[in-house]
Design a binder for this molecule. Structure first.
Ligand SMILES: [Zn+2]
Length: 261
């Protein structure tokens, strides 16, 4: 009986052997890839951009022009701060040079308006700060409403007016609303996280603080925010508190420019 040309003595065709060998080769290749993945040096990993660069991409921000901000009044009587005339004799104060040399701490506030959202609230906060408190402009650098929208406040190159005696070197972000008893919405919290992450990366900030850590007499930013802030700070990779603050006298590269921006 003639042997069949493609059957071996074990009854397996040559084509099946070739398939099995190919399968073993594929397994070996997969094992090699896994071994390489486990052992390859870190520098082999190439990403489109580094995490830091990604974090420095600003989140969507509603500009002053878009929300219809009034212009600044640099001759405002209390811009220098009612309580800090000796620390801030120049009033309206423009940082010069690289802002990373001037800022250290991000300070979180609430507006204390119970229901606060949208452009009407922005205008009311600016009116309150300009007319009732006598400042040149809205005091905070950024504001976040209950829908998570982020608004541009005072120009980041100008010293804020939000933390008594500790404005120089502090960027101020305000959650619109009253958070003594009710919590920010998830969207608002996400907006705060986004603008904080960006400011920390952009300005090289080392610390995030609640307003009442600097000024103990205030309830700002409210008990519910204070409960949640430590977890946010941990996720942002900075330290919580005021220890990073550099007293005004030690902050370099500032100027007493009075030119409006
Ligand atoms: Zn505050």
């Amino acid at each position: 009986m003639p042997s069949q040309p493609h059957i071996t003595e074990r009854g397996i065709s040559r084509r099946d052997w070739l398939r099995r060998l190919a399968g073993l080769g594929a397994l070996g290749g997969l094992a090699g890839l896994i071994a390489y993945g486990l052992n390859r040096p870190a520098e082999v990993i190439v990403l489109p951009y580094s995490g830091t660069q990604a974090e420095r991409m600003p989140p969507p921000i509603i500009s002053r022009e878009e929300w219809g901000a009034f212009s600044v009044d640099i001759s405002a009587p209390n811009e220098r701060g009612v309580y800090e005339k000796t620390l801030n004799p120049a009033g309206w104060h423009v940082y010069s040079g690289d802002l990373r040399d001037s800022y250290q701490t991000l300070v979180i506030h609430h507006s204390a308006f119970y229901e606060a959202s949208g452009i009407a609230t922005l205008l009311e906060v600016q009116r309150l700060h300009r007319e009732d408190r006598g400042w040149a402009d809205v005091g905070y650098h950024y504001l976040v409403d209950r829908d998570g929208a982020i608004y541009e406040g005072r120009n980041l190159r100008v010293r804020g007016a939000h933390t008594q005696g500790r404005n120089t070197g502090s960027a101020g972000v305000c959650l619109l609303g009253d958070f003594r008893y009710k919590s920010p919405t998830p969207a608002q919290w996400a907006g705060l996280a986004a603008v904080s992450r960006w400011l920390i990366a952009e300005l090289g900030l080392t610390h995030l603080a609640a307003h009442n850590q600097f000024n103990e007499g205030t309830l700002c930013p409210g008990a519910t925010v204070l409960e949640q802030l430590p977890a946010l700070v941990e996720s942002l990779g900075v330290d919580y508190g005021i220890e990073g603050y550099v007293p005004t006298a030690r902050v370099g590269r500032t100027c007493d420019c009075h030119s409006p921006l």
